[in-house]
Design a protein around this ligand. Sequence first.
Ligand code: CU
Length: 635
Amino acid sequence: MKPTITLNAIALVVALGFTSCGKQTGTSQAERTANAVASYVAPGEKDEYYLFYSGGHSGQVYVAGIPSLRHISTIPVFAPYPATGYGFDEESKKMLGDFSWGDVHHPALSQTNSKYDGRWLFVNDNANNRIARIDLHDFKTHQILGPIPNSIGNHGSSFITENSEYILCATRFSVPLPKGRVADPKDYEKEFNGMVSGIKVDPKTGEMKVGWQILTPPFDWDLGSTGKGPSSGWAFWTSYNTEMAHDTLEVNSTQKDRDLAAVVNWRAAEKAVAEGKAEMMDGVPIIDPAKVPGVLYFVPIGKSPHGMDVDPTGKWIVAGGKLQPATTVLNFEKVQAAINNKTFEGEFRGVPILKYEAVVEGEVPVGLGPLHTQYDGKGNAYTSMFIDSCIVKWKLPPWTDEEKKDLTKVVLDKVPAHFSTGHLVVAGSDTAQPYGKWCVAMNKLSAGRHINVGPSQPESSQLIDISGEKMKMIAEAYTEPEPHFAQILKVTDVQPTEVYPKDENKDPNAVWEKAQSSVTRNGNQVVAKLMAIRSRFNPDRIDAQVGDELTVHVTNVEQTRDMIHGFGLIEHNINMVMDPGETKTFHIKLTKPGVFPFYCTNFCSALHQEMQGYLVVWKPGEGPSGASGAVGGTK
Ligand SMILES: [Cu+2]
């Protein structure tokens, strides 16, 4: 069961650009027509599924439709986004804190009983150790938690438990802990640590808080997933760099034939914390797995793995060893038996290592560079192949004796993808009941498969029909960098609001009628309460003076779908956008005299262009009411 291909051989294959799946062959006119019809959503018709892409270092989430693959919307999360005014009003500015970017990797839809419940979408920030919650009630970011204490490089997340009890996260990087402690990277093994974090989710509101953490050796934790059914209460992550190298990782972290995956009993962790078996570090209860047996186990796994994906039945856990030409299938029953019978092949820092042969069901020779595996709920697995640039369909166990003797027999189909497929998503794969039908390959390189846009090239995503025995490549689309994973949700499984009802607007500064709108002064504090309605602001003049602190609340009083207003203030870096029924607030210190127009930035009507007003910033002592001047103009 030893890997049969060396790193050097793989490097050579990569250098030569060889792909065993070959190029996509020409399609006949009849096939082209059939594929076009399969993804065609006629004008006025709608898609059947949402595709929520992680936006990588854009810090955003993109929403596309399936089967059209059309980009429909961008949900800003970790970066300001003027198009929706995100990061300009006080509430979203506060959520972003000191950061203006994030690195969104793995979105996770909330689940109830291992099924999507259409409530929330959680995404992680690898760069600044955060988790965000998007409410599907309005497709907006409502909470950003973090930076999470004792966590550096929050890459191995967001993995949600079967009833959304926790978002589970593991660290990509290790540092001396707690954060702020300094040690020489040469002392990496001794001084550095990684962490698994359990982020508790309030079942009613979705509000997140850090629950507990498990201290780990300084391995680089990678992708993971959570258990369900028989593996309920467990979670799994791959790792690379079990060599614990601190420099030249390309070479030094790929020395061993196998790395170690983590098998975490998160219910045991929760119990241990409740029983007071944790020690506090930076305000968080930390479990040392050497002192609390039963929380963490290791399993040897194919070299430098990436994905670690539990199938819909919860019985099989598939690891993709990117430097091993096979996926490793673990049998959870065998994992349980090995734990109960102490079938260990050693331990590392007090954590038992389960004996590989005792827990593995088989190594499926899928090809080169298997990264990430998804499932259709019909007993099939789909693995993205980074080096082979294709998607491989293969059969999950149970296998026949004949298949067990030669696992090439369970490899059912391959379809070329372009190019260097990183992740893939099958609709509903991480639930107990996948929708199946569609798979999207998220390719790392588009390599000019589009009209020339210069050197800054997009990523390509390809839609594959997996409803039949053979996979069919249907369509291709592009996104900005960089989808690392996605979630697919059936449109009928969520009912977002399109208007905020007036009755539900609890903002104390909301104004709904001309008579309520105002500009008032208290010392150097000037407060304006504006109403936005087609096609004017009321009032449309704010007077203040240099040195004032100006607070502006704008309420969009519309109760009609798609009637959105903006508030852009010239030369002050302000652009709020108010959806129907929404109130937003900004606060600035006025530092320069002048007359600064403000205007509606979001097209709203035939007289949208006329929707404007003036902020008049007088020099101290000047203005309509002298030094105390603060008036709301024409009402
Ligand atoms: Cu407007």
